[in-house]
Design a protein around this ligand. Structure first.
Ligand code: HEC
Length: 96
């Protein structure tokens, strides 16, 4: 293996190593980011920040209802996006 190949191989694996390192970093074990998170970030922030809902705690059904209220206010999403967002909100902002 040439040095060049070695370097690019190392770079290719760097994200994996970083992810592995970050994972075991502290006892709290940051759960892997929910796939719905980025959907919420990109969709909900079009009209307001998470300040509007981050203090709320409700189950998935409650969040789904909130999402449908937002549709009434002009939100436009596919059923898949609604599902993902309700899953994410219900798990990260659920009643605990
Ligand atoms: C099309 C614009 C729009 C989008 C997109 C939007 N919202 Fe809203 N949202 C509003 C408006 C308007 C209000 C009312 C603001 C007020 O009462 O001052 C609101 C209020 C809220 C409230 C508090 C009032 C209620 O009905 O519960 C929650 C919770 C909320 N939004 C969650 C969300 C979530 C979660 C998303 C992403 C799925 C989202 N919003 C996306 C417009 C939007």
């Amino acid at each position: 293996m040439t040095i060049r190949q070695g370097v690019s191989a190392a770079l290719a694996f760097a994200p994996l190593l970083l992810a592995a390192a970050a994972h075991g970093q502290d006892g709290t074990q940051q759960a892997a980011q929910h796939p719905g998170r980025s959907v919420v970030m990109s969709k909900c922030f079009q009209c307001h920040t998470d300040a509007m809902f981050r203090d709320q705690r409700q189950d998935r059904r409650g969040w789904e209802a909130a999402i449908y209220r937002m549709i009434g206010r002009g939100g436009l999403w596919t059923p898949e996006e609604i599902n993902l967002m309700a899953d994410y909100l219900g798990s990260d902002f659920g009643p605990k």
